[in-house]
Design a protein around this ligand. Structure first.
Ligand SMILES: [Zn+2]
Length: 435
């Protein structure tokens, strides 16, 4: 009995050394183990364990709990139930203390988590508000002040995205306004160019023009220029090639006095002429029409009796073209394929009606204004003409007077005087009808 007690003492001492190194945190767990040993009636092992706990952290509640159990169990082993009971009572108290401490720890942990949760919710709400705001200053503030927020990275990214978008939108606006500016400038230049072209489309000016006539002439040139741009295959003014050729055209014949004289001059000077005749005049002077054709000039269509076609219905325009055409066909067996509207009066509907008869419309690019000129200014054409020009003249006294010198001047300038068909590369007559 005595030996056993000594053995127990040394065994306890040995375990005391072993348990010295045990960290304070493990005490509660070890106390629970000790308690289980007691329940299994392994009293001595429990005593050793609890003794060790006491040594590891004497101030710990769990240690005191264990210590009381040790004392209780030791006394119980020594068969002193009353003393053992007292120690068991103390252990019981410590057990509750232990329990209470755990509860407090848990509740503190819970409180901390609750605070954390509230903080997270507040932060999430703030971030949501910041994102919802279209104004990026709130987002900027969030990025610069909430550096530790778990939304910081995504907020930074969002801010960068918004800044990128803003920069892109600004760039797009800048490009668009630049484009509009350029388009406006190009359009203004186009208009200027267009106006310049319209003014140079038809060379020649009368020295006898009233201001009203001058304005009317420019207005006409501008409007038919636009029409020719839209109908490049139906309306012609001059040849675009660089060949040094000019076509002389004579309108409104044949007449009793001047047409024959013009034909004489052309024959003498060796020049080709293109006559835009009126059907009614051709009926009156059929021999002159035949002579034009016989002497190698072109007999072309200038309507039946010189109405302003833009004031007529399309069927009337077609009738004017076709009546004159029938007269010419009766006289020379050919139907003119080139038509010149009286006064140069044209609009889209008129041009379309002329086209429906199978004829092309030809205006002119040099106006001698032989019907409205003071003095011999018609001669200047020799110096003004450009390659491909179509010169407008009429069967008139002033033309007869000026024509010889004009032809010589053109020839001196190196021009070849050709028919309109050769100049424009268009057939002068329609295909022969199949019989
Ligand atoms: Zn005419």
């Amino acid at each position: 009995m005595k030996n056993t007690t000594i053995f127990r003492f040394y065994f306890l001492l040995f375990n005391l050394f072993l348990l010295m190194a045990m960290p304070g945190r493990a005490l509660a767990q070890n106390a629970a183990t000790g308690f289980r040993l007691l329940e299994e009636d392994r009293v001595e092992e429990a005593a050793i364990l609890f003794q060790g706990l006491l040594a590891a952290d004497p101030l710990d509640v769990a240690a005191n709990y264990g210590m009381s159990l040790v004392h209780g169990s030791v006394w119980y082993a020594g068969r002193d139930p009353f003393a053992a009971y007292e120690h068991a009572q103390t252990a019981h108290t410590y057990f509750f203390l232990l329990d209470e401490r755990e509860e407090r720890r848990l509740s503190e942990q819970l409180d901390a988590e609750r605070v954390n949760l509230r903080k997270n919710i507040a932060e999430a709400e703030l971030y949501e508000r910041v994102l919802a705001s279209r104004d990026s200053t709130a987002l900027e503030r969030f990025v610069s002040s909430c550096v530790l927020s778990r939304y910081h990275a995504s907020a930074t990214e969002e801010l960068a995205r918004r800044r990128r978008e803003l920069a892109e939108a600004q760039e797009r606006r800048r490009q668009e306004s630049l484009r509009q500016e350029q388009a406006a400038r190009a359009e203004a230049m186009d208009q200027q160019l267009e106006a310049m072209r319209a003014l140079t489309l038809v060379l020649g000016i009368s020295n006898n023009f009233s201001p009203e006539q001058r304005v009317a002439h420019q207005r006409w040139a501008t409007s038919v220029w636009g029409l020719s741009m839209e109908n490049p295959d139906a309306l012609f003014f001059r040849a675009s090639g660089a060949r040094r050729q000019v076509a002389l055209t004579f309108d409104d014949g044949p007449d009793a006095t001047y047409t024959a004289q013009i034909l004489d001059i052309l024959a003498r000077e060796g020049a080709a002429g293109s006559f835009f005749i009126l059907g009614a005049n051709a009926e009156r002077h059929p021999d002159l029409v035949r002579r034009m054709h016989r002497e190698g000039h072109l007999v072309l269509n200038h309507s039946y009796d010189h109405p302003r076609l833009t004031e007529l219905a399309p069927w009337q325009v077609r009738d004017q073209v076709e009546r004159a055409e029938r007269v010419v066909e009766r006289l020379i067996g050919l139907r003119p394929a080139l038509f010149r509207p009286p006064y140069g009066a044209l609009d889209q509907a008129t041009l379309d009606a002329i086209g429906q008869t199978g004829a092309k419309t030809v205006c002119w690019s040099v106006d001698t204004f032989d019907w409205n000129q003071a003095g011999p200014r018609v001669l200047e054409i020799g110096r003004q003409a450009r390659p491909g020009d179509v010169v407008l003249m009429h069967c008139k006294a002033s033309t007869v007077e000026a024509l010889p010198e004009m032809i010589r001047a053109l020839k001196r300038s190196g021009y070849e005087l050709v028919g309109l068909d050769e100049l424009l590369g268009l057939p002068a007559y329609k295909p022969l009808r199949a019989r």
